[in-house]
Ligand binder design. Sequence first.
Ligand code: ADP
Length: 212
Amino acid sequence: MELSKRQQQILDIVRAEGPITGEQIADQLGLTRATLRPDLAILTMAGFLEARPRVGYFYAGKKTGQIFGDQLRKMLVREYKAVPINIAENTSVYDAIVTMFMEDVGSLFVVREGGQLVGVVSRKDLLKVAIGNQDTREVPVSLAMTRMPNIVTVTGDDTVYDAAKKLIEYQIDSCPVVRPLDETGRNLEVIGRFTKTTIAKVFVELGENREV
Ligand code: ADP
């Protein structure tokens, strides 16, 4: 985050004299409280300052790294998920490979009618069949996929941070974003895709965000 000159001045004042009211900061800078309001709001939202009612502003002392972490924990999978590419269980390994090329994805979700998740098939799952002696047109993806209940999933309400941690922990490239299909919670509907590319996009977005 790049601070404006005025925001930097505000931080210096609060660091030296906080707790201090908005009025007092404005006085020191020879500005009105109204002129200062947007800067104070930005500095508070970004975590540099803390505002306490009837007391004033404190320096929150957050380092850039902390602010980055806070941002990641505020971002929800729901807002960043990609469109899932689903196939049926009886799709051949050959057709799954063609779908991967056409859709430009590294994993496909295997679903029943109604969107119920039954499996995940990745590049390596398909390569394994392809380098074996089987005919890829004859083998259904259901024989190559990782199946439920062994699938690692995320929900729209999970944070981008938690979802990214799951990909690292389980050493996978993608997770289906799901919601329960019924009360049991065991049957899941696929509503999106969270991948390492999603994380790269979020990373670039945070890097571009220079005002706040
Ligand atoms: P790649 O095969 O391109 O390395 P992954 O690392 O995602 O892709 O897949 C590695 C293995 O993990 C594959 O056998 C795949 O079926 C399985 N897998 C992929 N995604 C998941 C997931 N969300 N939950 C459980 N297993 C998965």
